[in-house]
Design a protein. Structure first.
Length: 305
């Protein structure tokens, strides 16, 4: 019996030690990632509101990576329409906010134990003095957003952002993921390497996210903004979509990221698609993407009428 007890105690000690090591690794990685976030990023503590007003208006950007949503969020913030950000992003942002706002977190993941409590603190710290709360949720953030019940307790105005050229979006996504550079304010950590199958994987990932957004759109009233249509004059597009003046906004603080090898990646991707016999597969993905854009726009117009 003593041997069994000793074995159990030894196992427990090893399990605790592994947990402590895992937490240490995660904390170290999170600290490293947080240091890479520019101080001008809206997640920074300087953007917390010390004396928020009771929220009277709620805005939600529903988007995908590399769709231009960060640029739109920058414009909304300049227009004093909240401080929109990816508050439900698991990799860093939700962890950073939960820790700063004293929301109980899981031992290993460092994510909030209770998303509803996190949502309440989010409202308290990010509702601006003019009573506006806004956020940006990628499709992969929707589960946590829904778990917070913010959508249920408040009347959100939804804007769905889509990018028509999903292959260009996938290339941009592949580059940003490697460089860990998510806006013009970030300093790239490395130089992205071309890979046909990595870009294709990103395209398929984006396609799944658009499917998620399409399903989510069935339960909301929303407006649609298309990256290719607003990239030239995003301030005007935002003001038109929301029906407000943008006279106080001249130029977005964020600049469009320019990569010297995006065009090269695109050329090589289509050459490899033919070489590896993936043209039909990619065309099917593109056809489905066109259908999703058409469906989102049609439904949005019908619900507005």
């Amino acid at each position: 019996m003593d041997n069994v007890v000793n074995m159990i105690n030894k196992f427990n000690d090893q399990f605790i030690e592994l947990g402590i090591r895992a937490r240490g690794i995660i904390s170290s990685r999170l600290h490293h990632d947080v240091r890479a976030i520019p101080s001008t990023d809206f997640i920074d503590a300087q953007f917390d509101v010390s004396s928020p007003s009771p929220p009277r208006r709620f805005l939600a950007i529903i988007s995908t990576p590399r769709s231009g949503s960060t640029l739109i969020c920058d414009i909304l913030q300049q227009m004093k329409l909240g401080i929109p950000h990816e508050y439900f992003q698991h990799a860093q942002y939700a962890k950073v906010c939960a820790a700063r706002w004293n929301v109980p977190i899981h031992f290993i993941s460092r994510l909030p134990k209770n998303w509803q409590q996190y949502g309440n603190e989010l409202i308290n710290h990010r509702t601006t003095e003019n009573g506006i709360f806004s956020l940006n949720a990628h499709a992969t953030h929707l589960h946590s957003f829904l778990s917070s019940n913010l959508w249920k307790n408040n009347n959100f105005e939804y804007i769905i952002i889509i990018r028509r050229d999903i292959i260009s979006q996938a290339i941009s996504y592949a580059i940003a993921t490697q460089e860990m550079s998510w806006s013009s304010q970030y300093t790239p950590r490395t130089i992205a390497k071309y890979s046909f199958f990595y870009i294709l994987r990103k395209a398929r990932e984006l396609a799944r996210q658009y499917e998620m957004i399409l399903r989510f759109s069935n339960s909301i009233t929303y407006k649609v903004m298309v990256y290719e249509d607003f990239a030239g004059d995003p301030s005007d597009s935002v003001s038109t979509t929301l029906g407000i003046s943008f006279s106080n906004v001249s130029t977005p603080k964020l600049q469009k990221q320019v990569s010297s090898y995006k065009e090269d990646f695109s050329t090589r991707f289509w050459e490899d698609a033919d070489r590896y016999d993936y043209v039909d597969t990619i065309n099917s993905l593109l056809e489905r993407h066109v259908q999703i854009e058409r469906s989102l726009k049609t439904t949005a117009l019908r619900r507005e009428q």
